[in-house]
Design a protein around this ligand. Structure first.
Ligand code: COA
Length: 703
């Protein structure tokens, strides 16, 4: 086995190498190895300088995130980084891949940095609810301008090597092998007799403008990072860098860090970090299963969804053919795609030649047989079973043997769709979220007969088009929409009791949802959900209050933003919602007629009813095996439904509240409201009784 930290000598240069796969996380073993090596190097007079590099695919990609839960054991990050910075001879970091978190902080503690041309430097700690805690908040603004340092830490977005070089974070770029480049750079340092250049001894850049810069960032945080604690803690630590000597600033950083690391926000975000990687592990797929190659894709339907999906593939450099039954639809669809790309060019996120390349990858046609060469066809037409069956029948006749047939249905029974083909093993659900080219989630729905290699291919495709693929089984609404159903049902019921749409939505938004559900309905079209419910009437509860408000609005033709009026009014050109006393009155009167208690639920009750109903449904999905893991549900909700990441997803949030508390509240709601909705799911009941959590339930099934 390779040593985790090794040292070799080339002439008079020591090359220290970290080798801790997969991503060289700076765990205790790495810190101990660096401590030992740099302690020894300190006393070696035959060494003129040190190069610090990493083996494998990347420079250190951060602290070991698991260690935040168990506690950081000695030697500490500070001890190791100070030892490196104290080195009496120059230390040069040779950075390749992504230096992230503690990796960037390690590079900052070195005296010079040489970066491979495609390397990147990032401090993504806020995405984990913490701040750089190994001196990053103090050292970074001593190397690059204060406002850029704050941007880098607030956005978490890594800086490309070239920008790092321009700003002064990297001293040189290496075109070829980074270690060779760093050795050449170091030889030059030695020849020039250069001394160690310690970052901590540099002044903070733009310190004189600190007040104005910090004030601007504070305003930005209030607007875009609502309810978050870590961004404000970051500002405190950086402010200390501008006002205090390095050692004192470091103490402020440590205090802020310590406070954050076990706080709910950081625990929730750590949970999601691992949950987003866990989704890729599918027990039904053995490790020797091979994915089918996908190099040409077909799409049926040139509407908003079809167009968005086509863009996902063109963005990944995969040619796409879009088929539609009407030329006008194709023209409209292509024009929308073009407009979307043009917007990206205007914003600067796409170069004009890339725009042309992507458009050239998309072929519109009326000819269904053009799909014959596709490896994967995705149907994205209107949500109507008869239409979808018709299309799958045709696809069965046209598609080549072994091609994967995907449906973008959000609710329909995929087994029923698969049954019209002679190849149900090749049929799968690929549920994209609107706008498909933007939203990161892809629900991958495994139908009864879907073959394991088809499932695996879908996971691969998700990765190729940069989506988070989460596997679900067939049921109405799969994971996401099925859990939305009870959540929105409660929101609407509150209106019959006397709450206003504004009260309901602001309770949900204060919790952290990107948008209240009633405003979402107005945006999507109130009639959309209503018509699906009409089509499934025989399967729904025999309850006149069930989604009554949506039904009334549809009957009035008040369908939301598209008609200027729905749960709210949209009179102004900016489409801002304003209260509508007439609908409020209408809902109250209907509630009275239907015998709903007049009681105006407060903010806490609205939140509890909506989210606990959602969690209870989540527990049912787990019992039924529709979702593989509670953590998968959390990924679906945070990446596709605007659930706040800092609560970790609905199931993790439930764990933090305590499942017994939730079970008891559900029983209480059952005494006040309709018991058919308020009975704890058996799994919730079981876990509550055992004082367990969804997280432990996941872990017990992994074991
Ligand atoms: N600590 C612990 N484990 C880590 C880790 C870290 N900092 N970074 C990655 N891993 C693990 C992942 O959980 C995954 O484990 P698994 O294979 O058992 O699921 C494995 O390393 C590979 O990571 P993955 O993200 O799947 O690889 P990738 O090539 O897609 O991406 C990175 C590589 C480095 C870009 C990505 O892992 C990353 O962003 N890591 C976190 C960086 C970070 O936030 N650092 C700051 C910490 S303070």
């Amino acid at each position: 086995m390779n040593e985790i930290v090794s040292c070799s000598v080339i002439d008079n240069i020591a090359v220290v190498r970290i080798d801790n796969p997969p991503v060289n996380a700076m765990d205790r073993a790495v810190r101990a190895g660096l401590n030992k090596t740099f302690s020894e190097l300190k006393n070696r007079s035959d060494i003129a300088a040190v190069v610090l590099a990493c083996a494998g695919r990347t420079f250190v990609a951060g602290a070991d995130i698991k260690e935040f839960d168990t506690g950081i054991r000695a030697p500490s990050f500070h001890e190791v980084l100070q030892l490196i910075e104290d080195s009496p001879r120059p230390v040069v970091a040779a950075v390749h891949g992504t230096a992230l978190g503690a990796g960037t902080e390690l590079a900052l503690a070195c005296h010079y940095r040489v970066a491979q041309q495609d390397a990147r430097f990032g401090l993504p700690e806020l995405s984990l609810g913490i701040i750089p805690g190994a001196g990053g908040t103090q050292r970074l603004p001593r190397l690059i301008p204060l406002d850029r340092a704050l941007d880098m830490m607030l956005s978490g977005k890594p800086l490309p090597a070239a920008t790092a070089r321009e700003l002064g974070l990297a001293d040189a770029l290496a075109a070829g092998d980074v270690v060779e480049g760093a050795i050449a750079f170091t030889r030059d340092l030695i020849a020039r007799g250069a001394d160690p250049r310690r970052t901590r001894e540099q002044p903070v850049k733009n310190a004189e403008k600190a007040d104005a810069i910090l004030q601007e960032k504070r305003a930005q945080i209030a607007k875009t990072m609502r309810n978050r604690k870590s961004p404000l803690a970051l500002l405190e630590a950086v402010k200390a860098a501008t006002e205090l000597p390095f050692a004192d600033g470091l103490k402020v950083e440590s205090e802020q860090s310590r406070r954050l690391v076990q706080a709910p926000e950081a625990r929730a975000l750590r949970h999601l970090f691992f949950a987003e990687r866990e989704v890729r592990k599918i027990p039904a797929v053995s490790s020797d299963e091979k994915a089918r190659p996908v190099s040409r894709v077909g799409i049926v339907g040139a509407g908003t969804m079809g167009g968005g999906i086509a863009m996902c593939f063109a963005n990944a450099n995969i040619p796409v053919t879009i088929v539609d039954a009407a030329q006008a639809n194709l023209d409209r669809g292509l024009a929308t795609i073009r407009k979307n790309y043009e917007r990206s060019v205007t914003r600067g996120s796409l170069k004009p030649d890339q725009f042309e390349q992507r458009m050239a990858l998309i072929t519109p046609t009326l000819d269904f047989s053009a799909l014959a060469s596709a490896d994967l066809v995705i149907e994205a037409v209107f949500e109507n079973m008869a239409l979808k069956k018709d299309i799958f029948g045709k696809l069965d006749g046209v598609a080549r043997p072994g091609a994967i047939l995907g449906t973008n249905t959000s609710t329909l029974d995929i087994d029923e769709i698969a049954a019209v083909t002679r190849r149900p093993q090749d049929v799968i659900g690929l549920h994209f979220f609107s706008p498909a080219n933007v939203m990161p989630l892809l629900e991958i729905v495994q139908a009864r007969q879907t073959a394991p290699d088809v499932l695996m291919t879908a996971m691969d495709v998700a990765k190729q088009i940069k989506k988070t693929g989460v596997v679900a089984k067939v049921c109405y609404g799969f994971i996401g929409n099925r859990m939305m159903d009870p959540y929105a049902r409660e929101a609407e019921h509150c209106l019959l009791e006397g709450a206003t749409p504004e009260q309901v939505d602001s309770a949900l938004e204060e919790f952290g949802m990107a948008m209240g559900i009633l405003a979402v309905f107005d945006m999507a079209g109130v009639d959309i959900g209503h018509l699906t419910r009409v089509a499934r009437k025989h399967l729904l509860p025999d309850d006149p209050t069930f989604y009554r408000c949506s039904a009334m609005l549809t009957e009035c033709g008040w369908l939301g933003q598209k008609t200027g009026r729905g749960f709210y009014r949209y009179d102004n050109a900016d489409r801002k919602r304003t209260p509508d006393p007439e609908t409020v009155e209408m809902f109250w009167a209907e509630g009275k007629r239907l015998g709903a208690a007049r009681r105006t639920p407060d903010r806490q009750e609205i939140q509890e009813r909506c989210f606990y109903a959602m969690v209870n449904e989540g527990a049912r999905l787990l019992e039924e095996g529709i979702a593989l893991r509670a953590s998968d549900i959390d990924v679906v909700y945070t990446s596709g439904y605007g659930f706040p990441r800092y609560h970790g997803g609905p199931m993790f949030y439930a764990d933090t509240i305590g499942l017994k508390v939730i079970r008891d509240r559900i029983l209480e709601f059952g005494r006040t409201f309709d018991r058919q909705y308020w009975t704890p799911a058996p799994l919730l009941e079981l876990l509550a009784r055992n004082e367990s959590t969804f997280d432990k339930w996941d872990a017990s099934r992994r074991a």
